[in-house]
Each structure stands twice: as C-alpha cells, then as structure tokens.
Design a protein around this ligand. Structure first.
Ligand code: ZN
Length: 98
C-alpha cells in the first residue's frame, strides 16, 4: 500500500495588488445599470438619480474584488489577512435628496 506524506502549508488571501475593487448596481424593476466604477459613492449617486427619474427604488449592488493567495512565509506578514473584504461604498445612506 502506498503512503502519502501530507504537509500543511499555511496560505493567506489578500486583495490583488493589480486590480481595484469595482462597484456596480442594477435596478430591480427595469434594465437600468449604473456605470461600473471603483468609486462606490459615484455608483450610489447614480442609483439615487435613477430613483428620482423613475421612482424605482430597489437595486442590486455588486462589489467585485480580486484576490491573491500566497504561501505564508513568502514574506511572512499576516497583518493584511482581511484586505479582500469589500469596503463600504462610502455614501451615508439617506444623505441624498431628490
Ligand atoms: Zn429602474
């Protein structure tokens, strides 16, 4: 019977250094879509403008981030372990009025 030697190698996942987070939004009631942007606040403003024009107030917001997995020990730094999480878009909910 063959034997395998298993070795556990620690990895970490971080935001990909060569790609920005991208924010997108689409209306739940029509085909309208916001222009994709690395600026979440700009996308939120487009949504509020769409609501002002159409009365449609439901949106699907999409935040895309790209990840990079590396072996711990390549540089040994674990401080950026949670960098892959999408940040909040930055608009204070309810701060915009039509
Ligand atoms: Zn709409």
């Amino acid at each position: 019977m063959a034997r395998a030697v298993l070795r556990f190698v620690e990895h970490r996942i971080t935001r990909h250094p060569d790609a920005d987070v991208t924010f997108e939004a689409e209306c739940l009631r029509c085909d309208w879509q916001a222009t994709p942007s690395p600026d979440g606040a700009a996308v939120d403003l487009e949504c509020m403008s769409h609501t002002g024009r159409s009365g449609h107030n439901g949106f699907r917001r999409i935040c895309t981030s790209f990840a990079l997995v590396t072996r711990v020990g390549d540089d040994g730094d674990l401080s950026s372990l949670n960098e892959g999480v999408c940040p909040s878009s930055g608009v204070d909910e309810g701060s915009q009025r039509e």
